[in-house]
Ligand binder design. Structure first.
Ligand code: GDP
Ligand code: MG
Length: 734
């Protein structure tokens, strides 16, 4: 490595040669790079006793391997290990020039930006805040006019300092490449680092990007030196390329370029560039953004979009949900007619069909919500929402990158906390990352949706989308408050700057929407068929064992016989409840129900639920709700499954099966206040087991996982008690 090497890089006509001449004067010479007709200009300059060796690279727009100029520039940058790159950008054409800058960042060499042609920019009415640009990119930015040598001294002073001391804390941000590329990139980078593929020449992330861009030179070198690793990398690239072709009809290269331009556009829009715009010259995306990200209209439109999505999801799914529920009821009926009463029938009907079917019945809502989210994401609107919410996030001690993590975790509804927690990897500050991870559990993940759908359908049927809006508002508010609290206490620390990519708007393709929706919905259905099935069966067993004693069963049998014989009044000491029913004209069904109820209370699950009533009576939950909530720790859908099983066991054989929602609505233990309290508790209490494990892994400590279990449940309980007791004071739910 040469300790004194400084290279000048920039687009053609950015002023490199002018700057080079201004710096080196006569101390320069020109040669050709070996084998190509590209000129190599070298010169020398002394600064404070430090002799700098300066190379003027050929002008390039990019660092691909398509032209000899780009290849030469790349070789000098990587193989000659310069101490510093001075990147000369044309201030009058910033967006285009910064594209090369981002690629220089990825090479990992300290970059200094010479913001050249400041005079030209001023003449065109473009105002650039160089300080803001430096803060956003976290590299030194020095305004220059190369032709007159203005800014040269300051530029060289900074270059000499960086050459001597390194970049220190001035490390430019990592550019995010979105949900399709980022995870693969991350995985490839790890594979490259661990195998050492070309890492003596280039940074691992850069190599991974070059594989994704199908860079001939790098891939050829990789294949030659590391055939097996290279083949694996190529397979990963092929997979993501195929996926992108099917969903967005584009290539990884296209996405990567889009995100770079989006990133630049976000930087320039966030206070760096003040341009007296000429409306005709705005691109279509920019023109749409004038409205959609408008300071006042923007948030209003965002609320409307969200409301529209919920309205679409609830109305669109209404009929399919009813068909599915009717289908499961019919299936249960078929089994009942062919199978006599007994444990097997109870397992099939009450445990599996009511349990898993109770969850699957709500799948249409999930599909519609996923479809809506896919549209918002594919069209580029979500990025705008993040852009608008940036300030809100910062106010609460979070980071703009927290937005996508929230959305993935169920910010709109229907996500999952596990990928949500993984999505926090884009956050660099560990305290911001932890604060985000610990609050993702408050989002409305896909597992909570069936619970909401059930209770909203039963108790707030006339205002479904409004309720969903309210719940979204509540969950975000809680996440923000808790984040602020954490960031002011145990996770204190400065906010890091946020840069967001604003990819151009695209019209989503039907195919792309269908594939995105299908992928996510399928994961959901598969979970219902595996984990949830197992847990449903477990809870069915907990609700059925131990069974009632012989003598209690005999007592119920005696009542039935008495009923048949018309001798009801002579039965000695019937259970109080049954006695009441008998007096008012008894039916066999009432006896069945009472027996099932007593059996349920007698089971392990029932006893646990009853024991918990000591605490949960403060928030209005009865023992069956308690069992459901305990089950929900495995996955919150289980709440619906357990309720469904618990309430169906009391009505075996009655024939007419009302859906669970209707049963709850008619049950005296339930009312809108209890339902609402229950929704809030479900929203806030302990995240499911899988996401707790994931949290421990990503946070690097079980301490945080334990914290989230205890903290979230305490928050949930506190909120539930306040809402329930407050509601009762107001005379609700009595
Ligand atoms: P290169 O292609 O990057 O080497 O760019 P040059 O140094 O050859 O400059 C291209 C043109 O821009 C030349 O005509 C320069 O005189 C002119 N130029 C360079 N820097 C500046 C500047 O800061 N202001 C103005 N007005 N012109 C400049
Ligand atoms: Mg030149």
């Amino acid at each position: 490595m040469r300790n004194d090497l400084i290279v000048l890089a920039g687009n053609p006509n950015a002023g490199k040669t002018s700057l080079f001449n201004a710096i080196t004067g006569a101390r320069q010479h020109v040669a050709n790079y070996p084998g190509v007709t590209v000129e190599r200009k070298e010169g020398y300059y002394s600064h404070d006793g430090l002799e700098l060796h300066i190379v003027d690279l050929p002008g390039t727009y990019s660092l691909t391997a398509y032209s000899p100029e780009e290849l030469v520039a790349r070789e000098v940058l990587t193989l000659e290990s310069p101490r510093v790159v001075i990147n000369i950008v044309d201030a009058s054409n910033l967006d285009r020039n910064l594209y090369l800058t981002l690629q220089l960042f990825e090479l990992g060499i300290p970059v200094i930006i010479a913001l050249n042609m400041m005079d030209v920019a001023e003449g065109r009415g473009i105002e650039i805040d160089a300080g803001e640009l430096s803060r956003k990119l976290n590299v030194p930015v020095i305004p220059t006019v190369a032709r007159s040598g203005k800014g040269k001294e300051e530029l060289l002073a900074v270059a000499a300092r960086v050459a001597r001391e390194g970049a220190g804390s001035m490390i430019p941000p990592q550019i995010p490449y979105g949900p399709d590329i980022d995870p693969v990139l991350h995985e490839m980078e790890a594979k490259i680092s661990s195998s050492g593929l070309l890492t003596d020449l280039y940074p691992a992330r850069w190599i991974a990007l070059k594989y994704l861009e199908a860079d001939e030179e790098v891939v050829t070198k990789g294949r030659a030196g590391y055939p097996e690793v290279s083949a694996e990398l190529e397979k990963m690239v092929a997979r993501v390329a195929e996926h992108l072709r099917k969903t967005l009809d584009t290539y990884p290269e296209g996405i990567i370029a889009d995100y770079r331009y989006g990133f630049i556009s976000a930087v320039l829009k966030s206070g760096v560039l003040k341009h007296k715009h000429d409306a005709d010259r705005l691109y279509l995306s920019d023109r749409i953004d004038l409205v959609l990200t408008h300071r006042l209209a923007g948030p209003l439109i965002m609320a409307l979009v969200l409301y529209g999505l919920y309205y679409f999801a609830f109305t669109g799914s209404d009929a399919p949900v009813r068909w599915l529920q009717a289908g499961f009821a019919a299936l249960g009926g078929v089994i009942r007619t062919h199978l006599g009463p007994g444990l097997l029938r109870s397992l099939l009907v009450n445990g599996i069909i009511d349990g898993v079917g109770g969850i699957l019945g709500f799948v249409p809502i999930i599909i519609f919500i996923f479809l809506g989210i896919a549209f918002l994401e594919d069209s580029g609107y979500l990025a705008r929402a993040a852009f608008m919410l940036d300030r809100v996030f910062r106010t609460f001690g979070l980071h703009g990158n927290s937005f996508m993590a929230y959305i993935v975790g169920g910010g709109i509804a229907g996500g999952c906390g596990v990928p949500g927690v993984m999505a926090t990897r884009t956050l660099r500050s560990s305290n911001e990352r932890l604060a985000t991870m610990l609050t993702i559990g408050f989002m409305n993940c896909g597992a909570k949706l069936p619970v909401y759908a059930l209770l909203i359908g039963a108790f707030f049927a006339r205002s479904k989308p409004q309720m969903m809006m309210l719940l979204t508002l509540i969950s975000w508010s809680m996440a923000f408050l808790v984040a602020r609290f954490l960031r002011s206490t145990i996770l204190r620390g400065p906010n890091t700057p946020f840069l967001l990519e604003l990819p151009p708007y695209r019209l989503p393709t039907l195919r792309g929407l269908a594939i995105h929706t299908w992928e996510r919905s399928w994961i959901y259905v598969r979970k219902a068929g595996t984990v949830l099935l197992a847990v449903s069966i477990l809870f069915w067993a907990l609700m059925n064992f131990p069974r009632l004693s012989e003598s209690r069963n005999a007592a119920f049998d005696a009542q039935r016989r008495a009923l048949v014989a018309g001798l009801a009044s002579t039965v000695k000491s019937p259970p109080a409840e049954v006695a009441g029913k008998l007096a008012g004209g008894s039916t066999a069904a009432a006896i069945d129900a009472a027996q099932a109820r007593e059996a349920l209370r007698h089971s392990y699950a029932g006893r646990m639920g009853i024991a918990l009533e000591h605490i949960t009576r403060f928030c209005g939950f009865d023992w069956r709700t308690n069992v459901a909530l305990v089950g929900g720790v495995a996955g919150k859908e289980i709440v619906v499954s357990v309720l469904s099983t618990a309430y169906s066991m009391g009505r075996t054989g009655s024939g007419k099966e009302a859906p669970l929602g209707a049963v709850l609505a008619a049950d005296p233990a339930w009312n809108p206040l209890v339902a609402f309290t229950m929704i809030l508790f479900t929203m806030f209490y302990v995240p499911c087991i899988v996401s707790v494990v994931c949290l421990a892994k990503e946070a690097g400590s079980w301490k945080w996982a334990l914290f989230s279990v205890v903290f979230n449940t305490s928050v949930a309980f506190l909120v539930a008690v306040l809402v329930y007791q407050g509601g009762r004071l107001l005379g609700l739910g009595l």
